[in-house]
Design a protein around this ligand. Sequence first.
Ligand SMILES: [Zn+2]
Length: 191
Amino acid sequence: MTKYILWVSARLENMTNLQPMGGVDDPRFCYIFKLRCRCGDETKNEVCVTLSETQYYSRQEPKTNLVKKCKECRKTGTITLVPGEGFPLTENYSRRGRAAPLMQFRCNGYEPFGFVSNSLWRAERGDGIPILDIDLNENEGFAYPPEDGEEGARITNVEFEFRHARFVLFQCADLQRTQDTIQKKLGFSRL
Ligand SMILES: [Zn+2]
């Protein structure tokens, strides 16, 4: 069992708290990505995994989000989403060139790669007004036009990356707020 975190980074202008439309643990947000099996075989097509769709796999893994048999080695692997580990990408993070962890993936037999954004996102303008239904598809970014004397807002340079979960604490080590969040979520003894 290996844990991966999906990270998002982007340049946010006059906007903050970029996250899936229903929040970081949005049950319907579709995580679309490819799989690399332990035998080295890579899936040609992406899979779609959501928190709300679960399958029974075994007594050890009774509630997983994807069960898939590799076409090459015929072994079965699973992917399980772990909610409660992510937080939105803030303007502060963006300015520092940092990424935010969105979701943890507990992977058995597979490594996730090549995330594609195909679900909707939300964010907030600098003045706190929500911006809904943001489409980050095709990596073209997103622009919210200025209106009634209000400033416009933009998202550019969007990047997604799966990283092995053991790097999380090193990535966040210099950010006290993040550490506090992680301590609260994981319990101090695991840091
Ligand atoms: Zn395989």
